[in-house]
Design a protein around this ligand. Structure first.
Ligand code: NCD
Length: 298
């Protein structure tokens, strides 16, 4: 596999082998070293955890990492992203982790420059965020290994969430029994990939094994998609009270960064059912497995 663009381009076998390799990395601290390779982080949208996670994953595998300063970048000077990549490629960089608000841009670059480089999609607009789906699945499997009887509830702005899209694809590929997508009408998906949609938190959380809250992305919402946050909180927040609708041993997840007191309360985010920090930990191992897979495909 030369690129990681979206989960739908992976077979269930590919997914399983990435997850298995990530679990191996977590259990074993003896890692292979790819000291000849150079990875560049190109984050055209703000990010802390995903960028740092890819950087750490690469460093654990011995790669050299370049973090591009995109605030002062050539894109700001009008250079197209392909030219930036070709310039970096000429300096010997062969692996690019790209986050961009334009949907499909990583796939477009992979099509143009694909033979020469490895491309990883670290988030493209509202479309896809494959490494997030893989780390979410790794965290779910650590806690709830039987997907064929699992009920996952995902709450938030499903319509504008690349996390929600990639999760639907991976849940379908791995045969998750039930995926409930819970959102007010304006945030319900235009195109459903997998699962059932409801606007009732109570109904969606009923008997769930896994509860995932999405961040309310104030900075990404268009005027038409804005809703009253205090009303959202009242109807959809994961609080100690609302979490009672789910199974007593349900786990709680969130891709981060969290808005405490909006989509999730601190008592839940920091409580015994939370696996939010495990997701962060697992993210590094999943990204190591992704990097290794791409580097070995040369
Ligand atoms: C997500 C993202 O950027 O898509 N966060 C992340 O990668 N950790 C979710 C979000 O920003 O809400």
């Amino acid at each position: 596999m030369k690129h990681l663009l979206e989960i739908s381009l992976l077979t269930p076998n590919d997914i399983q082998s990435i997850l298995k390799r990530a679990a191996d990395f977590k259990a074993n601290t003896l890692y292979p070293r790819y000291t000849d390779n150079v990875m560049a982080n190109l984050f055209y949208e703000n990010s802390t955890r995903t960028r740092v996670s890819f950087e750490l994953a690469a460093k654990r595998l011995g790669l050299t990492v370049i973090n591009m300063d995109l605030q002062n970048s050539s894109e700001a000077k009008g250079e197209i992203i392909e030219d930036t990549l070709q310039t970096l490629r000429a300096m010997g960089i062969d692996l690019f982790v790209i986050r961009h608000r334009q949907e499909g841009i990583q796939a477009q670059i992979a099509k143009h420059l694909g033979e020469q480089v490895n491309i990883i999609n670290a988030g493209d607009g509202t479309h896809a965020h494959p490494s997030q789906a893989l780390l979410d699945m790794m965290t779910i499997l650590e806690n709830k290994p039987d997907l064929s009887s699992l009920k996952i509830a995902l709450v938030g702005n499903i319509r504008h969430s690349r996390v929600a899209n990639s999760l639907q694809v991976i849940a379908q590929a791995l045969g998750v029994a039930e995926l409930r997508l819970i959102a007010p009408k304006t945030w319900q998906p235009e195109k459903l990939i997998y699962g059932q949609v409801t606007d009732s938190l109570k109904e969606g959380l009923f008997d769930a094994d896994v509860v995932i809250a999405l961040r309310v992305q104030k900075e990404r919402l268009e005027e038409s998609a804005r809703i009253d946050l205090s009303q959202y909180r009242q109807e959809y927040a994961i609080t100690e009270a609302s979490l009672k609708y789910a199974k007593p041993d349900a786990i709680v997840m969130h891709p981060g960064p969290i808005n405490r007191g909006i989509e999730i309360d601190s008592a839940v985010a920091d409580g015994p059912q939370s696996r939010i920090l495990d997701q962060v930990t697992n993210g590094v191992f999943v990204r190591m497995a992704i990097l290794e897979l791409l580097l070995n495909s040369k």
